[in-house]
Design a protein around this ligand. Structure first.
Ligand SMILES: Nc1ncnc2c1ncn2[C@@H]1O[C@H](COP(=O)(O)OP(=O)(O)O)[C@@H](O)[C@H]1O
Ligand SMILES: [Mg+2]
Length: 230
C-alpha cells in the first residue's frame, strides 16, 4: 500500500533523512521506532508533504506522491495525526469531528461520530466538551478520531502514547488494535518499545535518518533491542 524508497530530506543544509526505505501492506500496523531525533517525525512529514524530500520515491496507492502538495496527499487517503495533537480548543468534541469530515472512500463505509465513540468511549461521554478542557489523553484520542473522519486508508500516528498515563496508553493501544480490525492501515512512530510491541505487526528501526533493522514485532525485542538502548 505504501512503499518508501531511499528517501532523503534536509532542513537547510542538515541532511536528516539519509536513505529511508520501508513498505507497508494494506491492513498492517508498522511501527517506525527510534530514539528522539532519529528522524521519525521528519519521515512522516515527508510522507504527507510538509517536508519536501530531496530525493527518493514514496508510492502510495499506486502513485508517486513524493513532493506532492499536502492537500492532494490527504485527498489520496493519507491521514496524519501530528505529535502536537492539533485540535481546536474552542470547538467541542462533536464540532472537532465535523471539521475533520471528508467524503467516504470508494467501497468503504464512512466513519461516523457514533462509531468513533465506540472506538474511544471517553469521547462519547463528552460530546459537548470544548477541546481545551480535555486531558492530554482525551485530546490525543480526539485528534485521531478527527483524522478518521477524513476516511483515510492509511493513518500516520506520531507518538500517540507520548506523555500519557499508563491507563490511557492501554486505551490507546486497544483503539489502535480496533482500527486494525476495521481494516485501517497504520504507520506508527514510537520510542516506546512496550507500546509498539502491543500494537504493531512489524517494526522498522530508524537511527540517524536510516532504517537499520526491519522485522516482525516478536523479533524486535531480541534482535533490535541494542539499537534502541533497551
Ligand atoms: N525544523 C527543523 N529544523 C532543523 N532541524 C530539525 C527540524 N526539525 C527536526 N530537526 C532535526 O532533525 C532531526 C530529526 O528530527 P525528528 O524527525 O523530529 O526526530 P524524531 O521524530 O525521531 O524525534 C533531529 O536532529 C532534529 O533536531
Ligand atoms: Mg518526533
Amino acid at each position: 500500500m505504501l512503499e518508501v524508497e531511499d528517501l532523503h530530506a534536509h532542513y537547510g543544509r542538515a541532511h536528516i533523512l539519509q536513505g529511508v526505505s520501508f513498505a507497508i501492506a494494506a491492513g498492517e500496523v508498522l511501527v517506525l521506532i527510534g530514539r528522539n531525533g532519529a528522524g521519525k517525525t521528519t519521515t512522516m512529514k515527508s510522507l504527507i508533504g510538509l517536508v519536501r524530500p530531496t530525493s527518493g520515491a514514496i508510492r502510495f496507492a499506486g502513485a508517486d506522491i513524493a513532493g506532492a502538495e499536502t492537500y492532494r496527499i490527504a485527498r489520496a487517503g493519507l491521514g496524519y495525526v501530528p505529535e502536537e495533537r492539533r485540535i481546536f480548543t474552542d470547538l467541542t468534541v462533536m464540532q472537532n469531528l465535523e471539521v475533520g469530515k471528508r467524503p467516504a472512500r470508494a467501497g468503504r463505509d464512512p466513519w461516523t461520530p457514533r462509531q468513533l465513540f465506540t472506538l474511544f468511549p471517553n469521547l462519547g461521554e463528552m460530546p459537548t466538551r470544548p477541546g481545551g478542557r480535555m486531558s492530554g489523553g482525551e485530546q490525543q484520542m480526539l485528534a485521531i478520531a478527527r483524522t478518521l473522519m477524513g476516511n483515510p486508508s492509511l493513518v500516520l500516528l506520531d507518538e500517540p502514547s507520548e506523555g500519557l498515563a499508563p491507563v490511557i496508553v492501554e486505551q490507546m493501544a486497544r483503539a489502535i488494535l480496533a482500527l486494525k480490525r476495521e481494516g485501517v492501515t497504520v504507520l506508527l512512530a514510537e520510542q516506546n518499545l512496550h507500546f509498539a510491541a502491543r500494537v504493531a505487526d512489524r517494526a522498522a528501526v530508524i537511527e540517524t535518518g536510516r532504517i537499520v533493522w526491519t522485522g516482525g514485532i516478536a523479533q524486535l525485542a531480541s534482535e533490535a533491542g541494542r539499537y534502541l538502548g533497551v
